[in-house]
Write a protein that binds this ligand. Structure first.
Ligand SMILES: [Zn+2]
Length: 139
């Protein structure tokens, strides 16, 4: 999962993008389906029943009671940046023809330069690895 990344359709307009992924709930739900396409699976014991602890946005396994955060083990885990900003950063980095600088990203999504730089670095790494994977599987 750590290498997975949200993909947006090419040519998706900004208003359409914001309509689909403009709120934290929408982003959470998109990430949930990406991570667990067939529903939640406990990473500890493989059990599928859980309860959601809303206040902390974690899922607690009914069998082993391990608590799993939706973002743990993903590139979104390390930062405190809301998912909406991550999604917007992915959108900007993938939709624009020209490369986006960390400074531009900082202004566009409203985070510190340091955070923008880290986000960009992580996303570029994931995208690069995905490209590599594509080439390999294409042979
Ligand atoms: Zn479990």
């Amino acid at each position: 999962m750590a290498k997975n990344i949200i993909q947006f359709q090419k040519g998706l307009s900004l208003p359409k993008f914001l309509g689909k992924y403009g709120t934290e709930e929408q982003c959470y739900s998109a990430l949930f389906h990406l991570r667990w396409p067939d529903g939640f699976v406990c990473p500890e014991c493989g059990n599928k029943t859980y309860c959601k602890i809303k206040s902390r946005k974690v899922y607690q396994c009914h069998r082993c009671h391990r608590q799993t955060s939706l973002t743990s083990g993903t590139i979104f885990a390390a930062t405190k940046v809301p998912l909406t900003k991550w999604f917007l950063a992915i959108y900007l980095l993938t939709q624009r023809k020209t490369s986006v600088s960390a400074l531009q990203l900082k202004r566009d999504i409203g985070v510190s330069y340091n955070t923008a730089w880290k986000m960009k670095h992580k996303l570029m790494q994931v995208m690069l690895e995905r490209e590599k994977g594509k080439k390999l599987s294409g042979r």
